[in-house]
Structure formats: structure tokens, C-alpha cells
Design a protein around this ligand. Structure first.
Ligand SMILES: Cc1cc2nc3c(=O)[nH]c(=O)nc-3n(C[C@H](O)[C@H](O)[C@H](O)COP(=O)(O)O)c2cc1C
Length: 198
């Protein structure tokens, strides 16, 4: 049987960002140590403009190719890990914008957060993004990874995890796998009804 798909979403999009370094670590860690097939999804590559759809996403009457492509991507995932900094104590607007584009495609999927930043490890941003995730009927799990003073763990374009990061990621991925399995029935019904033809 195919492994469930875990989308590891790099939330920041600005030039010079460090998101991809942390995201690559999360992806490789999940590949080696989890029961998921991880897929790295970089919001900079997805390239969504500020939400420009005329209808509420619940109606799925998408006008733009970028929305249809994003819908297909999110629809194909079974679970998410959002890799995110905090900007001014909140999530980056690129993450909220990408979430707001869709509704049904997010439903009944568990979500973990890997946050990074200064002393707070980006946790204020991930906590606020988790509220939006819950509104979209994702299941944001409490097990998460926060990386404080992230710059001390970067060298030569790569992020090096410490023991605490690895233990946190391991606990988060195990719990995500439990939720992914528990929500499978709900997702199957949802795909056959609300998302039929997607
Ligand atoms: C607009 C902006 C706001 C920021 N606000 C915070 C903050 O509230 N807390 C924090 O720990 N770091 C903050 N930082 C510093 C970021 O942690 C650091 O720049 C990090 O590299 C951002 O992630 P990125 O490189 O993937 O964009 C901020 C950075 C930017 C660009």
C-alpha cells in the first residue's frame, strides 16, 4: 500500500529566507524516520498572488490556474507540516494567504508545525497559524518543533538539527501518523462527496 503523503510546506517566500534550509531538514528527517512519503512544497515556487478569487473557496468555483494547481496540490496531501518563521509575532502573510485560498481541500488533515526564529523559536507565529488551520478543519496537533536562535544552527546553506529538534520532530511525526490514520475515514467520505471530481 502507498504511504500516506505528508506535505512539508515552506511558508516564507522572501529572497534570502532561511525557510528552505529548515524545510529540507524536516523533509529528509520525515523520509528517514516516519511512515509518510514526504513531499517538499515551497510556497515561493507555488507563487500565489494575494488571494484573487471572486468566490468563497467553499464553492470551489476557481477562476485562476494558480488556484486550480494549488487545489490539486493540497488535495493530494494526507497530512501537513508547516515550516514557518514568525513575522512580528504572527505567521508570514504568505502562509495565511495560501491557507485562505482553499477550504475543503484542507479538511480532516492533521497538521504539525516546525517554527524557528529568535528567543521564542517562532512559536507565537505557529500558534496563530494553528488557529487558522483549525478553522479550515485541519487538526493542528500540539506536538511541534520550535527552534530558537535558529541562526546558530545554520552553516554553508544548511540547517543542522540538535538532539532536542530531532526528539521533537520524531514525537510530532509519530502523533501525525496516528491522526492521519484516525481521520482516514472522514477524508474518504469527504473526497467522495464534497470533493467529488476534484
Ligand atoms: C518582517 C519580519 C518580521 C520578523 N519578526 C520576528 C518576530 O516577531 N520574532 C522573531 O523571532 N523573529 C522575527 N523576525 C526575524 C526572523 O526570525 C528571521 O528573519 C528569519 O530568518 C525569518 O524566516 P525566513 O528567513 O524564512 O523568512 C522577523 C523577520 C522579518 C523579515
Amino acid at each position: 500500500m502507498a504511504l500516506p503523503k505528508l506535505h512539508v510546506v515552506i511558508a516564507s517566500t522572501r529572497p534570502g529566507r532561511i525557510g528552505p534550509m529548515v524545510g529540507r531538514w524536516v523533509h529528509d528527517f520525515a523520509k528517514e524516520k516516519s511512515a509518510f512519503e514526504p513531499v517538499l512544497v515551497d510556497l515561493a515556487d507555488v507563487g500565489l498572488p494575494l488571494i484573487d478569487e471572486p468566490h468563497h473557496p467553499m464553492r470551489r468555483q476557481y477562476q485562476h490556474d494558480h488556484t486550480k494547481a494549488w487545489s490539486r496540490s493540497v488535495n493530494s496531501a494526507d497530512a501537513f507540516v508547516f515550516v514557518t518563521p514568525e513575522y512580528n509575532y504572527g505567521p508570514p502573510p504568505s502562509l495565511l494567504n495560501a491557507m485562505d485560498y482553499l477550504y475543503l481541500e484542507w479538511n480532516y488533515k492533521p497538521a504539525g508545525f516546525v517554527s524557528y526564529g529568535g528567543v521564542s523559536g517562532g512559536m507565537r507565529g505557529s500558534a496563530r497559524a494553528a488557529m487558522t488551520a483549525a478553522t479550515l478543519k485541519m487538526m493542528p496537533i500540539p506536538e511541534s518543533v520550535a527552534v530558537p536562535n535558529v541562526f546558530s544552527q545554520l552553516a554553508d546553506g544548511a540547517f543542522t538539527a540538535n538532539e532536542l529538534n530531532a526528539a521533537g520532530a520524531s514525537a510530532m511525526l509519530k502523533e501525525l501518523a496516528k491522526w492521519e490514520e484516525a481521520l482516514r475515514g472522514l477524508r474518504a467520505t469527504h473526497r467522495a462527496t464534497a470533493l467529488a471530481g476534484a
